[in-house]
Design a protein around this ligand. Structure first.
Ligand SMILES: Cc1ncc(C[n+]2csc(CCOP(=O)(O)OP(=O)(O)O)c2C)c(N)n1
Ligand SMILES: [Mg+2]
Length: 255
């Protein structure tokens, strides 16, 4: 299947989960659907690790993992239900295929650092991918982790920033300015690139360039929150809200 087709399935499954649960975060899940599709269906090698630091986008991760065969797709409708292995935020202990627990924003880059450092100590050739939200960059721990990645020259670490310009209740600019993102990471010793986060070729090319560096990498991925569903695109109100039946059917039809 083509990446575009996989991403379309992933988006449908994101909506299915949030609709079935009648809660969850469609906007930020749709925004990183192409990044996760790229990582899991184009870029990943056996043994690589993926840290979805913006854990509220769990429906995107679960959709990709189900598509990969880590668990049956039928289970997606149990998302956020009591006793389901698909909890609101990813759990390393509960869900097959999840590499790191997340949900409390700000911690994922530190976890990814530890994994990358461990790969180096074990002389393993693997890569760690981390996906951060742009609002998440307001967490101080991110910048402590950025210093650490530079200190240990973690060139096996590739950080994606899902740069959709929106967070929970407004734009980054209104709440707490994070721009310029690329330059900030450069100042922290990263090799930094900025791309269209919905372009599979651009994502692949940036990862290949990142892998050739001697320092940690950040790929600032310009994205659209709610991407793929017109009435959700760039609407902060769809950060953490479930569609009703009519909206769900309209969204699926559009996809
Ligand atoms: C430490 C912490 N504080 C607050 C929250 C609640 N929260 C969940 S998502 C979110 C906004 C995140 O914005 P961003 O990182 O831009 O994510 P995206 O736009 O990709 O959804 C917040 C504040 C949280 N999960 N963790
Ligand atoms: Mg955001």
């Amino acid at each position: 299947m083509e990446l575009t087709e996989i991403a379309r399935e992933v988006r449908k499954d994101i909506l299915l989960q949030v609709y079935s649960a009648q809660s969850g975060h469609p906007g930020g899940a749709l925004s990183c659907a192409d990044l996760l599709t790229s990582i899991y269906f184009d870029l990943i090698n056996e043994g690589d690790k993926v840290v979805l630091s913006k854990g509220h986008a769990s429906p995107a991760l679960y959709a990709v993992l189900a598509e990969k065969g880590f668990f049956p797709k039928e289970e997606l409708t149990t998302f956020r239900k009591i006793n389901s292995h698909l909890q609101g935020h990813p759990s390393l202990l509960k869900t097959n295929g999840v590499d790191a627990s997340s949900g409390s924003l700000g911690q994922g880059l530190s976890i990814a650092n530890g994994m990358a450092l461990a790969f180096k100590m074990d002389n393993k050739p693997n890569t760690v991918y981390a996906i951060l939200g742009d609002g998440e960059l307001q967490e101080g721990q991110i910048w402590e982790a950025a210093m650490t990645a530079n200190q240990y020259r973690l060139n096996n670490l590739i950080v994606f920033v899902d740069y959709n310009k929106l967070q929970i209740d407004g734009s980054n600019d209104e709440v707490m300015q994070v721009a310029p993102v690329k330059e900030k990471f450069e100042a922290f010793g990263f090799f930094a690139q900025e791309i269209d986060g919905h372009n599979f070729e651009a994502i692949r090319e940036a990862v290949m360039k990142a892998k050739a560096q001697e320092k940690p990498s950040v790929i600032v991925a310009n994205t659209i929150k709610g991407k793929g569903v017109l009435f959700m695109e760039n609407q902060v109100s769809w950060h953490g809200k479930a569609p009703n039946k009519e909206q769900y059917e309209k969204a699926v039809k559009e996809l």
